[in-house]
Design a protein around this ligand. Sequence first.
Ligand code: ARG
Length: 471
Amino acid sequence: MTHKSENKKKRGKDMAQLWGGRFTKETDKLVYNFNASITFDRKFYRQDIRGSIAHVTMLAKQGILTEDEKKQIIDGLKGILQDVENGTLEITDEYEDIHSFVEANLIERIGAAGKKLHTGRSRNDQVALDMKLYTRDEILEIQDLLKNLLKVLLKIMEENTDTYMPGFTHLQKAQPITLAHHFGAYFEMFKRDLSRMEDIVKRMNFCPLGSGALAGTTYPLDREYTAQLLDFTGATLNSMDSVSDRDYVIEFLSASSTIMMHLSRFCEEIIIWNSNEYQFVEMDDAYSTGSSIMPQKKNPDIAELVRGKTGRVYGALMSILTTMKGIPLAYNKDMQEDKELTFDAMDTVKGCLALFTGMVSTMKFNKERMASSAMNGFTNATDAADYLVNHGVPFRDAHGIVGRLVLYCIDHNKSLLDMTLEEYKEISEVFEEDIYDAISLETCVEKRMTIGAPSQAAMKQVIAEYKKFLR
Ligand code: ARG
């Protein structure tokens, strides 16, 4: 017989609920379902068991449990963990929440000693711990995914310090830059995202266990020891705050929203670059989809989905902010609403980061197309004005002269580089043969040498910094 059917058979109020004592009636079925959290908090069974093992280890050290009881409980908990992982024990919704599931199964396995697991603990500090441990673990995964993305971006940057393309403002061609420079902007964004995640861990990394329901416990717990066992910096200092603090969830969702916003902006650009009009990039077949009716189509669905999924992460942030705003101290059941949307946001961010990284690393860049786009659209107009300034023309006058050049070019369907010196001289006598060199694509980029600018020299310095950072 599997554990599942055994559980079903034995299921009574005592097994499924931890608090039947003062009740004389069964909970209404709808109420039970409305209240239960097992369908989603099952996600942190590992963290729940890890927390219980630390708690019991501390209880035994303090003489609150015997060494034998500790051993029985820990063996039982490890057995439950193993069976859940290998699929022989199913977490069913027979139980109110993951805490009840673990405790009931423990008692079923080891008997009397199992009933001592919850000594000096409440589900309020237990769930506060579980959610913290889970969030901390997820942050580590997200940091790894961010680092992978940064590595991919850096590789593309290294290969493209002389891949010229137009830089845009208002989605209008502005000045020439390089692909390395453009990707470098996103490197900066995701680097900040990484450090935001680090900051959150620093601030949240204090252990709430031992705070009890709200006012601590009467047992001589060693909270610092429990904190140490669970890799926390220390124990939290106020039991009321400990059981009702979800600031770190809000911070996490805010940082996650920012990651999604960055991904979404990048996706938007890639979708534009991938369009027929631009053709700056081509998506790999593995990351594109076709149309059911139009045979010619190769759609950037992945980029569009990442852009689209940004909304659900923002939604999770708004939801928890709203949930928390009216909650008096300390724990209230509203706080159970911290989980579902946060879990969804975690999965969304991880999935999007992984897919986006794959998509970018397989994308082909059409360098000729980018360069010729940078040549057209007067991206060198500022440099033409600078040329005049270098020959003694005041900038405001230079701006006006180049404005007239541009108008002339538009009328004659030319670029600044196509104009003859005679045409230049008709508009200003200052122009000489060296104008062509001064406004070439290469000069426009390579003369921008200050740190943060697109020239190869500046980019290489920055890339060296980024390499150090990733090491
Ligand atoms: N499922 C609950 C939650 O997620 C666990 C804590 C229950 N505590 C209580 N006093 N009912 O918040």
